[in-house]
Design a protein around this ligand. Structure first.
Ligand code: PEP
Ligand code: MN
Length: 339
């Protein structure tokens, strides 16, 4: 249920309603939508619960809703959520299409510094880099761990770039949150509910990637876990799904962008690197993503892709990245955005 409060309702009115919802066995979450107070009531409502809530004089309307992801839905909050990164120095979901770029994995301080300098000069405003890597083979490079986190925060600070990096394990959430500005939950962990809850509680925005086998509804239900833990600062990421087409690593579901935008108020970004697995596809897919209304791009860049310890085949050179950003700018402008 969604409870709409009257315009003159007070904090005390909302507190009393929330207390009553809890007595009814419901979980309550508040929001402001275009200046109006709303409270979402989640869970199995006992018979008559809606009438009980309607009896409060501060309540304007109680709407029944069948959506399984109430807090993530546009019916709960129609206004776009703006995700504020690094104490509001950068916003995801506003007019500007945010470009996040860097290597798949941090391999050394010099590697990160050189790539970060190049992507920053080309217009990226968030630095990406993996410290903990989920690899198909247990013998493949698994990331430098805390050493990588230290390099990311140093290089990010020097360039004035907030940092996004993946957290793969609940035991690392506190450590990663100490160094990173955005916590990435990877595609393989999309339904790791304990990780979602812990990452959601760390006080930082969460970048939630869609699993390659997941529907949009299940992605939104995973976002709902983070929202119901009290964190509204979530960025969704389409990164390619499995289809019968096997010529590429994955298939970019470009329709996911406008489809998610209809369903949810959360910002949606696109990762064309993992979506294709091929460097030659990254530029056209980036252009398609911006044209489709993506709020940002997450791109793997490497200065020596042939020597990359991870995902070199899908990493683009800094010069190509600079061209990609330049080529996307007029597309962003054509859809009413800036880049
Ligand atoms: C990544 O961004 O480094 C990554 C591993 O992506 P995904 O979880 O989408 O595979
Ligand atoms: Mn990668």
């Amino acid at each position: 249920m969604i409870v709409l409060l009257k315009p003159d309702a007070t904090d005390a009115d909302a507190d009393a309603l929330v207390a009553r919802m809890r007595e009814l066995g419901l979980k309550a979450q508040r929001t402001l939508d275009n200046g109006r107070r709303l409270i979402g009531a989640m869970g199995d409502a006992p018979p008559g619960a809606s009438d009980t809530l309607k009896d409060f004089s501060c309540v304007e309307a109680v709407h029944a809703t069948s959506t399984p992801y109430l807090l993530a839905s546009r019916s709960f909050r129609n206004e776009d959520t703006l995700v504020e990164v690094a104490d509001g120095r950068l916003v995801v979901g506003g007019e500007t299409v945010v470009v996040m770029a860097g290597p798949c994995a941090v391999e050394s301080f010099e590697q990160l510094r050189d790539i970060a300098g190049a992507v920053h000069a080309a217009g990226a405003t968030v630095l990406r880099g993996g410290a903990y890597k989920h690899r198909t083979s247990p013998y493949a490079f698994q990331g430098l761990g805390e050493e990588a986190l230290i390099y990311l925060s140093e290089v990010g600070r020097d360039l004035g770039m907030p940092v996004v990096t993946e957290v793969t394990d609940t035991r690392h959430v506190e450590l990663v949150a100490r160094y990173a500005d955005i916590l990435q939950v990877g595609a393989r962990n999309m339904q790791n509910y304990n990780l979602l809850i812990e990452a959601g509680k760390a006080g930082k925005p969460v970048l939630l990637k869609r699993n390659m086998y997941a529907t949009l509804e299940s992605l939104l239900l995973c976002a709902e876990y983070i929202l119901s833990a009290g964190n509204e600062q979530i960025i969704l990421c389409e990164r390619g799904i499995k289809t019968f087409e096997d010529s590429l690593r994955n298939t970019l579901d470009v329709a996911a962008v406008p489809s998610l935008k209809l369903k949810t108020h959360l910002p949606v970004i696109v990762d064309p690197s993992h979506a294709s697995g091929h460097w030659g596809m990254v530029e056209p897919l980036s252009r398609a993503a911006v044209a489709a209304g993506a709020d940002g791009l997450l791109i793997e860049v490497h200065n020596r892709p042939e020597r990359a310890r991870c995902d070199g085949h899908q990493s683009i050179l800094p010069e190509r990245f600079a061209k990609l950003v330049d080529d996307c700018r007029p597309i962003a402008a054509a859809v009413g955005r800036r880049m």
